[in-house]
Design a protein around this ligand. Structure first.
Ligand SMILES: Cc1cc2nc3c(=O)[nH]c(=O)nc-3n(C[C@H](O)[C@H](O)[C@H](O)COP(=O)(O)OP(=O)(O)OC[C@H]3O[C@@H](n4cnc5c(N)ncnc54)[C@H](O)[C@@H]3O)c2cc1C
Ligand SMILES: Cc1cc2nc3c(=O)[nH]c(=O)nc-3n(C[C@H](O)[C@H](O)[C@H](O)COP(=O)(O)O)c2cc1C
Length: 583
């Protein structure tokens, strides 16, 4: 790259959109430093050009158990080709920033592997790899801020600005990504609700609460009818695009004072060739439709939200406070005002009511709602053309008066029979074990969802060697699918072991039950080469369960602790201990 080129390519791999946000932030900061930036998902980028790229920043997240996101899979396979010479990328300088969560065992694995592979292919690292960590109190920014500082310093040393050129100050309002053109009366409009190319319709048949009314946690059982060509396998995941509730959106429209234009159709015209309106949004829009279907107005803000909002306030105090929270020195304040109490973007807009947002900046300010994943709790063979879900409705308290709610599950709880939900199927990380092998399932809470799917499927094939460790708080309140599982037990298709954590003084969890049943676990998993599937909360539970499995080996097999732990790790490598956990 010559001085004059300043071409910076940013490639991302994302599962739920955070890596894309980071990539877009890097592009914005790059443009302020007069780099010509291009941003692509790795699998959207034309790989044949890679050898001629001289400056590339890679941003990739981690999914499943240390896996790479789906939209970088082809790119990653391409990089792994044995035919590449070890100097094929020798004129490329690169940086890799990973997004992960250190509570997972395989922390930031794809970024680590990508960084290593780029070095093997002769590319030169500009800076050490950055490891974003959800566990940091500032989230991904905790590692991203210092990493970017290092990156820009290195880049500006290598590619200093020509004389007379300055870094564009962060105080200058960037151009909006899109211009808005209201359509003339009678102008042809395309369908508003154009579904994503891959989306299929699911018709709601059942939406019923399955935990006791007086239990703190509302869990609902859903049944959907799906069309013949929408197929899935046991263990797969249903991916749903959330919606916002119409009455809440009316409040948002009133807040902005957009009542008169809320239903007027308009087109979005990209201000740069690189900017694209997402395909599934269709070609024409209304403010109401964008808010109800696409914009994450009730989601949590990114830091950029504060930066951009500060340009639109008319009250100098508001502007100063917003700028402070967007700056590196204001991170503690940002955390205590926004992140810790989990304020939504709409609540912040209400607090900073002097802000008047020009419509063309709406899409820069409010990001798109990300799809949500739910493990399917039915088997396609036992329930043809149906999908069942087992969904915990997210609601919790912070120091704010109004309880916090989950965007998608709040909408899902309102679904009525006959309503249509667009969805996609994603492969789950767990696969149905061989029918002849014993199966040991550990699925506390809604972690039981994929287990119900596997169980239904195995029973269809007359595979009866199934054991389920289920966990919840109280036998009487949140023992979901109790009668169904007890019936399987009576039929001889299931050994059921339940742990009720709050029915007695001492807390009893699934891992305690596993240890209590060490002889059974040892017999099924270690003597009879069975499989262990684990699903549910990602925080402590997977570590505690792995620990309990190792303990069974110590108790029943007389192994040393270290040897037992290695055995459990090997079990995982062989695919005989699989997990699908979420936080
Ligand atoms: C592969 C996969 C399979 C899944 N399967 C299921 C399933 O079968 N059933 C199911 O119910 N869920 C499942 N989930 C989890 C589900 O996708 C999330 O709970 C989802 O975020 C809910 O969407 P929402 O829009 O309602 O919540 P969001 O608006 O996305 O809010 C969720 C966020 O709220 C915060 N939060 C939630 N509870 C608390 C709390 N008590 N204290 C503080 N913060 C909190 C967390 O930051 C959490 O990420 C699965 C997730 C994955 C990745
Ligand atoms: C289902 C799921 C599995 C995850 N698995 C891992 C993992 O194995 N290792 C890790 O470091 N982070 C893991 N994470 C954390 C994500 O990588 C992290 O939240 C990241 O910011 C998500 O970025 P994205 O929105 O771009 O996909 C996981 C997150 C989820 C929701």
């Amino acid at each position: 790259m010559t001085q004059g080129d300043r071409n910076l390519l940013i490639l991302y791999g994302t599962e739920t959109g955070t890596a894309q946000d980071v990539a877009e932030r890097i592009a914005r900061e790059g443009r302020r430093r007069h780099f010509r930036t291009r941003v692509f998902a790795m699998d959207e980028y034309d790989k044949s050009n890679l050898v001629s790229e001289s400056l590339v920043v890679f941003v990739c997240s981690t999914t499943g158990q240390g896996g790479q996101p789906a939209n970088m899979t082809k790119f990653w396979r391409f990089l792994l080709r044995k035919s590449h010479s070890p100097t094929v990328l020798s004129h490329m300088k690169f940086g890799v920033f990973g997004l992960g969560d250190s509570s997972y065992i395989k922390f930031n694995f794809p970024a680590k592997k990508l960084h290593k592979r780029l070095l093997q292919l002769g590319a030169q690292a500009l800076v050490p790899r950055g490891d974003g960590d959800d566990q940091h109190y500032l989230g991904v920014d905790g590692a991203l801020d210092p990493w970017l500082e290092d990156l820009w310093k290195t880049l500006m040393d290598i590619y200093p600005l020509p004389n007379g050129m300055e870094i564009v100050s962060a105080d200058v309002l960037p151009e909006a990504t899109f211009a808005v053109r209201f359509l003339e009366d009678g102008e042809q409009v395309s369908a508003l609700d154009l579904a994503d190319v891959d989306d299929k319709p699911a018709k709601v048949i059942v939406n019923r609460r399955v935990t006791a009314e007086d239990h703190f946690q509302e869990v609902r059982h859903f049944e959907f009818d799906i069309e013949n060509d929408a197929t899935y396998s046991a263990g797969d995941v249903m991916v749903i695009r959330p919606r916002n509730l119409p009455d809440e959106i009316q409040t948002v429209i009133n807040h902005f004072g957009w009542q008169d234009i809320a239903d007027k159709p308009f087109a979005l015209i990209p201000n740069h060739a690189d900017n694209r309106v997402p395909l599934h949004w269709g070609k024409t829009h209304t403010i109401r439709h964008l808010f109800e279907h696409h914009l994450d107005i009730f989601g949590r803000p990114r830091r950029y939200f504060f930066e951009l909002l500060s340009f639109f306030t008319t009250d100098p105090l508001h502007s100063e406070k917003l700028r402070e929270m967007a700056s590196p020195s204001g991170q503690d304040e940002l955390y205590s005002y926004a992140y810790r109490p989990k304020r939504t973007m709409f609540e912040i807009l209400q607090d900073f009511h002097s802000a008047k947002i020009p419509l063309r900046y709406l899409l820069d300010l409010i990001p798109e709602m990300r799809p949500r994943s739910f493990s399917i709790s039915s088997s396609p063979i036992a329930c043809p053309h149906k999908i069942h879900l087992t969904v915990a409705i997210i609601q919790y308290k912070t120091k704010l008066k109004t309880p916090r709610t989950g965007v998608c599950t709040k909408w899902m709880r309102t679904l009525q029979p006959g309503d249509i939900v667009p969805f996609r199927i994603k492969r789950g990380t767990m696969k149905l074990p061989p029918i002849e092998a014993p199966l040991l399932m550990v699925g506390p809470g809604t972690g039981v969802a994929p287990m119900r799917s596997f169980l239904q499927e195995r029973i269809q094939f007359n595979a009866r060697d199934n054991t389920l460790f289920f966990g919840c708080r109280y036998r009487e309140k949140d023992y979901i699918y109790q009668s169904e599982f007890e019936q399987y037990e009576k039929d001889g298709s299931l050994s059921l072991v339940a742990a009720f954590s709050r029915d007695q003084e001492d807390k009893i969890y699934v891992q305690h039950r596993i240890k209590e049943h060490s002889a059974l676990v040892y017999q099924k998993v270690f003597n009879q080469n069975g499989y262990v599937l684990l699903s549910g909360n990602a925080l402590r539970m997977p570590i505690d369960v792995a620990d309990a499995l190792a303990e069974c080996l110590v108790i029943e097999g007389g192994m040393e602790r270290q040897q037992a732990e290695k055995f459990v790790k090997d079990l995982e490598k062989e695919g005989r201990f699989q997990q699908e956990c979420w936080s």
